[in-house]
Design a protein around this ligand. Structure first.
Ligand code: ADP
Ligand code: ZN
Ligand code: ZN
Length: 742
């Protein structure tokens, strides 16, 4: 007898273990297969983790596998191993990790192959001539036969139904069903592009990388200034991998924001390229997944979860713009795609290539001397732009001076003058402000009251288009107040600026400008990103205003001016990474200028021109920034020199939520003392979270800061157990080095 050890497709702590089922004779069950099994009174799907000859249960208690949900195993052996690693690493249920390995709709059979009926000619040339001679008046039938000579036709495309039926009755044609693939929009156009000649730096990079690919793999950081042609390096490395019969995965922060990457890879790899991301329809995702699973597509491009693509014989994983926060999942399982990629590349002896113009401090540190071999990244640098031009000139404008000179506009005189010149020269400009909406907060001049969301402890933003105040956390809207809700004064002022305000100001000051805007509000519809970017690319718009959506990856040759309207916005956030984020944003946006023959100019407006984050971004000196910032992190005991772990408690009952946090803190303290880990603790406390109310729920946190050398695994496991023990009505979530600490 063979037994299948199955994880049922239910996410609950209590069933997160393997159940044994007998395999009926004649059923070919393999590890990794999705099967239907009886579970109590129900029938559930489950993943076969392994097979065995024995079973601990008495024979009469063992139930049989009912059927296979899919003919082929859906989780390949290496991905099964990866899921098990994630189960320990990220303290998630095994089933939560397994679910990441396949399109969601495949579970429960919610999506299937799409088939279509086709018709085929059944006659030889001679028989066709005989047919014509015998049926001279059957014009439509003869016409149809002629069309079928050129190839099979989908019946849905044939309008002459009666002619078709007549031919079928005479045995002249036969019908058959065949699969009809659903192709994602991004891969529909046939694109071909030629290889440029590599620049010396690119060539050296490709050499080092292919060398590693051919000799057991390796891990690399490709630090290349903006416009240095990192993509071309990825492409050549992937091409070599394909020549060697291997496959590749390219991760991008967000598919919609990086349409050029998909187009470039598709242009070079054609049908070998597949895309995987959440904006695909269920059918498209399913079909792309199967194209990868079958080995037909060998280069996968996708967002975070594409790291689980079912490719075999993996040779390369590229993580483009590796510093982006989207690589870290902010819900369970809270995995980091860069870390998973690291692990997966190791499994296959593949090359892991992290690429960025502004690597995260954590990543860059691994490329510096003194790192243990198992954590080390080899550094490859591209210092020159591919077009041979220098990086754009960046000018800092001190906004404090502007007000004194009587300029109350959001544009400094300098930026306004540059914009005027740019438009007059027939060039294009990008204006960046990392806030959407019109005015960022509404406040009473008399008493200082600020309108906040009553469900979230954050100020509301005025959106001009709807003339409404909106909460960017929960989406709640309110009509703007006519008088102060607190003191009744009518002296209400709108402060701060967002994308809408910038757009409006451009229109007011430059009536001849054609302004496009790209932010969360203008891109809610499917394909809106593409439409806006196309308007700008084609020149129909000559000014593009946007949030961080326009900061990365875009390559428009005619952009001569980039304006950073308010560089300080991200600088003053209550998070230890705020300087790093600001540096990355400014460097990246500045890098959008001067990418082809048009020289670029960048104007950065700030109230804090001396700040090293802003100054070094403007000098585009990553190394100096890294040195400064890592010294600061070391001194202030912040990651990557320490680890921050927190349990965030949220619930409608404020007192109960607080009590849960306080209790968990006490237990954690006792645990740390018992295990002798106290010495590793830098800080531990239960407190209100920085945003103390979100969507009507109170928020408290237990925040723990540890030295890096601590036994994080044991501490994290304890914290997870404390989170799992939260009382009814309180949600508790463990986060390790989360993307934000709000
Ligand atoms: P990065 O990602 O490093 O900012 P990209 O990969 O977007 O840079 O490349 C910038 C531009 O340079 C693109 O338009 C690309 O087509 C072009 N490019 C890259 N390599 C070469 C090369 N060897 N010769 C000519 N143009 C190149
Ligand atoms: Zn007031
Ligand atoms: Zn809200």
């Amino acid at each position: 007898m063979t037994y299948a050890n199955v994880i049922v497709d239910l996410s609950a702590e209590a069933v997160d273990r393997q159940f044994s089922y007998s395999v009926p004779a004649g059923m070919d069950v393999q590890p990794g297969q999705l099967v239907a099994v009886p579970f109590g009174p129900r029938t559930l799907e489950g993943f076969v983790v392994s097979l065995s000859d024995t079973c601990d249960l008495p024979p009469e208690k063992v139930k049989p596998v009912l059927r296979l949900a899919r003919p082929e195993p859906v989780v390949l052996p290496d991905l099964m191993e990866l899921a098990e690693w994630m189960h320990t690493r990220y303290l998630c249920n095994l089933v939560d990790a397994l679910r990441l390995m396949l399109p969601a709709e495949l579970r429960g059979g919610r999506v299937r192959e799409r088939t279509s009926r086709y018709v085929r000619l059944n006659l030889t040339e001679a028989e066709l001539d005989d047919f014509k001679a015998a049926n001279p008046r059957a014009k439509k039938q003869i016409e149809l036969l002629e069309r079928l000579r050129d190839g099979d036709i989908e019946t849905a495309r044939i309008e002459e139904k009666s002619a078709l039926k007549a031919l079928s009755d005479k045995g002249a044609v036969t019908f058959y069903d065949s699969e009809k693939r659903r192709t994602p929009h991004a891969l529909k156009n046939e694109l071909y592009s030629m290889d440029p000649i590599l620049l010396p730096e690119q060539k050296r990079a490709v050499q080092a990388l292919t060398e590693a690919l051919e000799h057991g793999g390796g891990r690399f950081l490709l630090h290349g200034v903006t416009g240095s042609g990192k993509t071309e390096v990825y492409i050549r490395l992937i091409r070599r991998a394909l020549e060697l019969g291997r496959t590749a995965i390219v991760l991008v922060p967000e598919i919609a924001l990086t349409p050029q990457m998909v187009a470039w890879l598709h242009g070079r790899f054609g049908g070998d390229a597949a895309v995987l991301h959440s904006a695909l329809s269920a059918g498209e995702r399913f079909d792309e997944w199967r194209r990868i699973r079958s080995g037909e597509a060998r280069v996968v491009i996708g967002a975070r979860s594409a790291v689980f693509a079912p490719v075999q014989n993996l040779g390369v994983i590229v993580v483009d713009e590796e510093h982006e926060t989207t690589y870290q999942s902010d819900h369970r399982p809270r995995y980091d795609a860069r870390e998973v990629a690291w692990k997966r590349a190791g499994q296959h002896g593949a090359v892991l290539l992290l690429g960025s113009a502004t690597p995260s401090i954590t990543t860059y540190m691994r490329a510096m001397p003194g790192v243990r071999p198992e954590n080390r990244l080899r550094l490859i640098e591209l210092r020159q732009r591919a077009n041979g031009r220098p990086l754009p000139e960046v000018e800092i404008v001190d906004m404090r001076g502007e007000f004194g000179r009587g300029n109350h506009s959001i544009f400094s005189a300098r930026l306004a003058a540059e914009l005027r010149k740019c438009l007059d020269d027939g060039h294009q400009a990008m204006l960046f402000i990392n806030r959407r909406g019109h005015s960022t907060f509404v406040s009473c001049r008399n008493c200082g009251y600020v309108v906040k969301c009553d469900q979230c402890d954050v100020s509301m933003t005025w959106h001009q288009a709807e003339n409404a105040l909106r909460c960017h956390y929960c989406g709640k809207t309110l009509p703007p107040p006519e008088k102060c809700p607190s003191c009744g004064s009518r002296y209400i002022k709108y402060f701060g600026a967002g994308t809408q305000k910038v757009q409006e100001e451009v229109r007011r000051l430059f009536p001849d400008a054609r302004v496009a805007r790209m932010d969360v509000d203008t891109t809610r519809e499917k394909d809106a990103h593409e439409r806006i970017l196309n308007r700008f690319r084609s020149g129909e718009a000559n000014v593009l205003v946007g949030t961080q959506m326009i900061a990365k990856g875009l390559d428009f040759p005619n952009v001569a001016l980039v304006g950073v309207v308010a560089a300080d916005l991200s600088l003053n956030l209550p998070d230890f990474r705020s300087v790093e984020r600001t540096f990355q944003l400014i460097t990246q946006v500045a890098g959008r200028a001067g990418r082809a023959d048009v020289p670029g100019r960048v104007v950065v407006q700030t109230y804090d021109p001396e700040h090293y984050g802003i100054r070094l971004a403007c000098e585009q000196d990553y190394r100096a920034f890294y040195t400064r910032e890592s010294a600061h992190r070391r001194a202030a005991l912040y990651p990557p020199f320490t680890v921050i772990a927190r349990i965030i408690f949220s619930g409608r009952d404020r007192a109960l939520t607080q009590a849960s946090a306080v209790e968990a803190e006490g237990k954690l303290r006792a645990f740390l003392k018992e295990t002798g880990a106290e010495g590793d603790v830098i800080q531990l406390g239960a407190m209100e979270a920085p945003i103390k109310l979100l969507r009507g729920e109170s928020r408290f946190q237990v925040l723990l800061k540890l030295y890096f050398k601590a036994d994080l695994e044991a501490v994290a496991a304890k914290m997870q157990a404390l989170a799992d023990a939260a009382p009814e009505g309180v949600r508790a979530e463990l986060e390790i080095n989360p993307n934000n600490l709000f």
